[in-house]
Design a protein. Structure first.
Length: 171
């Protein structure tokens, strides 16, 4: 058993396999899209269709969502690791990376050819430590039949490629 530290907490949560998303919102010029790769998202309610996104206060995306009160969320497909990496890079380094194809969905810009995407309007926000939990209603949605990109042990992978390991608990 270990006492919690930030590093251990991150390692423990890296064992939780998640889908990979990109959260997008508009820059102040209303022409440029800003985005970030995220896995702190989940569905909340079917009626109305609510989801949440958890964004660190230090991220450039945070004040833009606060200002705009809306964002797009794209659930990435298996071939979109480059998109996930693009949006984990600092904005000044993205110019050197492969461009990311975008498409309009409702009032938001989302990743083209994503597994699924939603145009979301913030309905509640809650401060939680160094993050804000944004609860949003999905106003427009789309989906494809592609395979998902997943994140496990701090690496991008695809279904069926995760190696089997011991089932014992480390305590």
């Amino acid at each position: 058993m270990h006492d919690p530290t930030s590093d251990l907490f991150r390692q423990v949560w890296s064992r939780f396999t998640t889908g990979v998303t990109v959260i997008t919102t508009m820059e102040p010029d209303d022409r440029s899209v800003h985005g970030m790769t995220a896995n702190g998202v989940t569905s909340v309610s079917l009626d109305p269709p609510l989801m949440l996104a958890v964004i660190a206060h230090e991220r450039n995306t945070h004040p833009l969502i606060v200002k705009n009160q809306r964002f797009g969320i794209s659930i990435l497909s298996a071939g979109q690791q480059y998109v996930a990496r693009h949006f984990t890079a600092p904005p000044e380094e993205r110019i050197e990376l492969q461009p990311v194809p975008m498409t309009r969905l409702g009032e938001s810009m989302v990743i083209a050819e994503a597994l699924a995407a939603m145009d979301c309007r913030v309905v509640h926000s809650h401060e939680a430590g160094d993050h804000t939990i944004f609860v949003a209603e999905a106003e427009k949605m789309m989906m494809t039949e592609l395979d998902p990109l997943i994140y496990f042990r701090s690496n991008f992978t695809r279904l069926g490629t995760v190696s089997e390991s011991s089932t014992s608990w480390n305590t």
